[in-house]
Ligand binder design. Structure first.
Ligand code: LLP
Length: 425
């Protein structure tokens, strides 16, 4: 059930009117629903109930401390990709013992930080990284738990920028090299080989490629077991997509259905070929936890009627939400107050000095200057990908809980943006 709905012609987030939120906090503002967040997490948690499984939220999708705190309180672990993200987890009260560290370029300092907090696992992506981690752990008198990110060479059938499991991608260890890489890892004294992982891409609407990847991982676990290398966990990565309400998209497979299929395959394999031995299953969902929990609230500055197109110029821009400019992503836009003007076709654009600064194209919208608009399904990869291009402060963020609105990130002021700079004396 969407937590964003019209009441008396005005769009509400749970019980709070977006008009009132704009008046109180200004625009552009990211508005999240706490109930939507908890229900998305519950879809994973419920499907994992009674199983040896851990949901590590991929916080790159949205790393606001309030969101991390809410998820940590539900028992979430976290998938991080930088030392900065680990510090956010700690600041939000998350448990480092439930943190997994992904990414192709972990620095020595980041490894040290993560080891000092005894994170659950490093998802290692190359042989040089194995050696670096072994050295760093050795220098600290520790053993690092590792998993290898294996590239199963499965076509995720998603946008090329967010497909990650193909041979041509920079991620992971090639499937054909995986056995050798595990053998190398098993010989390194300061590593504890503990799991296997993959991540084949994001915004996957169908789970068939994910299940294909799972089969390939299982194949490797069997081969490793035969050599005496026992793995204790299997990490499916993130990837189940969400409904952006794009008429061209198929509906995504429900989270519970996908997880049910994963567990069914794993149960069958454990019974038939793994002697019933336990294996922990980890998921790293990002988009499907936060995507539909948020909207980007923006105000129409001007309507401009060009020679070929009409432009609806709003106060949010590609620096606030980069997905349309970067991936030609289709994001749904709606007016906050219904029926305030006659509908016309517009490109919704921001004030940034680039032709690529658009949020939506060729949309029929009933809007007038001064009206409020929302971009739906903006909770994932919105604020975390925001920049300060054109010296624009990043948007405010609020979380709605019933009819209470909590400011969880203040709007950045221009002074904040140059506070770390100085002129040459
Ligand atoms: N695990 C790893 C190792 C990842 O690289 C990612 C996303 C995830 C988990 C979470 O995937 P999700 O559940 O969100 O699909 N900025 C792009 C998406 C980039 C995804 C990168 N990796 C976008 O806005 O569409």
């Amino acid at each position: 059930m969407s937590q964003f709905s019209y009441k008396d012609g005005v769009l509400h987030a749970e019980g709070a009117s977006l008009t009132a939120i704009a008046e109180q906090f200004g625009t552009p503002t990211y508005v999240y629903s706490k109930a939507a967040l908890l229900s998305n997490f519950a879809a994973y948690a419920d499907a994992c109930a009674g199983r040896d499984a851990l949901v590590c939220y991929a916080m790159k999708a949205n790393s606001n401390l309030a969101i991390l705190d809410l998820l940590a309180r539900q028992g979430a672990g976290f998938d991080i990709v930088s030392g900065g993200e680990l510090l956010r987890v700690l600041a939000a009260g998350g448990d480092p013992g439930k943190v997994i560290f992904s990414g192709v370029g972990k620095s020595v300092d980041e490894m040290r930080l993560a080891l000092s907090h005894d994170i659950l696992c490093f998802n290692v992506e190359s042989i040089p990284e194995l050696h670096r981690l072994n050295e760093v752990a050795g220098s600290m008198g520790k053993k690092a738990r590792i998993s290898l990110r294996v590239n199963p060479n499965v076509d995720a059938k998603t946008h090329p920028y967010i497909a990650t499991g193909l041979k041509a991608n920079k991620f992971g260890v090639a499937f054909d090299d995986a056995l050798d890489t595990y053998r190398t890892a098993a010989k390194l004294p300061h590593l504890d080989v503990s799991g296997i992982d993959c991540h084949i891409g994001s915004q996957l609407l169908d789970d068939a490629p994910l299940l294909e990847a799972l089969d390939r991982l299982i194949e490797l676990i069997d081969q490793l077991g035969a050599e005496g290398i026992e793995l204790h966990h299997l990490d499916m990565g993130g990837g189940i997509g969400i409904d952006y309400r794009d008429a061209d998209d198929a509906a995504p497979v429900p989270v519970g259905t996908y997880l049910g299929r994963v567990f069914a395959r794993i149960d069958a394999w454990r019974a038939e070929r793994h002697n019933g031995k336990p294996i922990k299953v980890i998921f790293e969902p990002g988009r499907s936890i936060v995507g539909d929990t948020g909207v980007l609230l923006t105000k129409v500055e001007f309507l401009k009627h060009g020679e070929e197109k009409n432009f609806c110029i709003v106060d949010a821009a590609m620096n606030d939400m980069a997905r349309p400019a970067l991936y030609q992503a289709w994001m749904d836009m709606q007016p906050v107050v219904q029926g305030s003007a006659a509908a016309a076709e517009f490109d919704v654009v921001g004030p940034i000095c680039e032709s690529g600064d658009w949020l939506a194209r060729d949309r029929s919208l009933a809007v007038a200057a001064g009206d409020l608009l929302v971009m739906h399904t903006a909770g994932a990869y919105g604020m975390t990908m925001a920049s300060n291009y054109n010296t624009r402060g990043r948007a405010a963020e609020v979380i709605v809980d019933g009819d209470t609105v909590h400011l969880v990130r203040q709007r950045e002021k221009p002074e904040d943006l140059y506070a770390l700079e100085s002129v040459i004396k």
